[in-house]
Design a protein around this ligand. Structure first.
Ligand code: ASP
Ligand code: MG
Length: 420
């Protein structure tokens, strides 16, 4: 049994859905648990629906939702020829559920409504893909993942109840493979024991795939993407970017930590715990080898380059030229945790503390304002944080050329440069 995950880009139009279905069809003899995200940018569009609803702009919310409905019905019309009625009924049941809610007034938290509405993107997309596969005579079944993945009620960032989820997977999912070659289900979503929908955080479908793989002891997980493989840098920013054929789990965690948008960071641990390899492959050209990620540590990795733009440097200086002591630093950390903000880089000098953050303007303003009671505060915006793993001088030179270094930190494996 293998787990496949397809993201929004792999199903964002009819040709791509057919392409995805072909990949599944070509590998069905492996027995596949397939986790799929919402089509294209549907999740973003659904976020707009919830925002309008929560703002008491009910008409806007319904109108925006109407567009999402239509685009899915339109895909269905051209994709499915035989059993379209059955698929349409199923979609319409989901539509009704959401519209019923949108006709109410919001009385619970934003995050609660977010999850009740946004979860439908994955329900729609999986419905379309599985219906198409059915027409291709694949022995496929569709599962509502909310009957399987049990979470707490921390909406928008729900935590998995592993014991209950494991039980459901063994009771419900495993026996399906006696009858079917392919089980299609949704990434990103789950449900509480009160049957409320939950989501696992944006881009969470990778994580869903890892949960299934772990609890089914799958042979492997393949994440199908619109890139040839994991690259050592963003090819749009760095012309000499190359593909990396193999990576270790810990390297991927490091890359994610420094801001590389390879794979959802929560994905790795469930796989590492059971030593299940993860393949990143191109859905545009499945014949390419892609990248394999496992516990084996490859030798001679190229320099891996991650750039985070829109960084803000805050200089916290002691007000009276005394050394920066533990107490004010503790207060500062309290501010961080209240504002849910974390520095990406920080460095002490005798009388000041320099920290670089992602620029969330409201949070930064609050932080600077409140910290001004403890320190003299200076804020500098529009910086870039460059991280190079497995660096060499040549690459540092190339990447910092023409920039002014504001702060630099080096360990044996990693260099970080904050640049102007
Ligand atoms: N559809 C969700 C999102 O766009 C989950 C995912 O794509 O992994 O965040
Ligand atoms: Mg996605």
């Amino acid at each position: 049994m293998k787990v496949y995950k397809f993201g929004g880009a792999s199903i964002n139009n009819i040709d791509r859905i057919k392409n995805t279905a072909n990949i599944i069809n070509n590998h069905k003899s492996d027995k596949l648990l397939v986790v799929i995200s919402a089509m294209g940018k549907t999740t973003n569009a659904l976020e707009k629906v919830v925002e309008a609803f929560f703002d008491n702009r009910q008409e806007d919310a319904l109108k925006l939702f109407e567009q999402i409905k239509e685009s899915h019905l339109n895909v269905l019309k051209y994709l499915v020829t035989i059993n379209w009625q059955e698929a349409e009924n199923k979609l319409k049941d989901f539509f009704t559920e959401i519209e019923w809610m949108l006709h109410d007034k919001p009385v619970r938290s934003f995050d609660y409504y977010y999850d009740q509405v946004v979860c439908c993107g994955e329900l729609f997309s999986t419905c379309l893909v599985s219906q198409y596969l059915l027409e291709q005579k694949v022995k496929v079944t569709w599962v509502d993942v909310r009957d399987i993945i049990r979470t707490d009620d921390n909406f928008r960032d729900a935590a998995i109840d592993w014991a209950l989820t494991e039980k459901k997977i063994h009771e419900i999912i495993q026996p399906l493979f006696d009858e079917y070659d392919v089980v299609i289900t949704q990434g990103f979503i789950g449900s509480t024991d009160e049957n409320e929908s939950t989501t696992l955080g944006r881009e969470g479908s990778d994580y869903s795939a890892a949960i299934f793989a772990n609890l089914l002891s799958a042979e492997s997980v393949t994440i199908w993407k619109d890139v040839d493989a994991v690259m050592n840098a963003d090819p749009k920013e760095y012309k000499e970017a190359t593909i990396i054929p193999a990576l270790s789990f810990s390297e991927v965690i490091e890359m994610a930590y420094y801001g590389a948008q390879v794979i959802h960071p929560k994905t790795i641990k469930p796989l590492q715990n059971k030593n299940i390899p993860l393949y990143v492959k191109s859905f545009l050209d499945p014949s390419l080898p892609g990248t394999s990620i496992s516990s084996a540590v490859p030798k001679n990795l190229p320099p891996i380059i991650v750039q985070k733009k829109n960084q803000v440097l805050i200089r916290f200086k002691s007000k009276d030229y005394s050394f920066v002591e533990d107490k004010p630093v503790e207060q500062l950390h309290e501010l961080y945790s209240n504002l849910k903000i974390k520095p990406n880089l920080s460095q002490n000098t005798a009388i000041s503390l320099l920290c670089s953050f992602d620029d969330h303007p409201e949070k930064i303003e609050k932080l600077a304002g409140e910290a001004a009671e403890i320190f003299d505060v200076e804020v500098e915006k529009n910086l870039t944080l460059l991280t190079i793993r497995h660096y060499d001088e040549d690459t540092i030179e190339k990447m910092t050329n023409g920039k002014k270094t504001v702060l630099e930190q080096k360990t044996e494996e990693t260099v970080q440069v904050l640049m102007r």
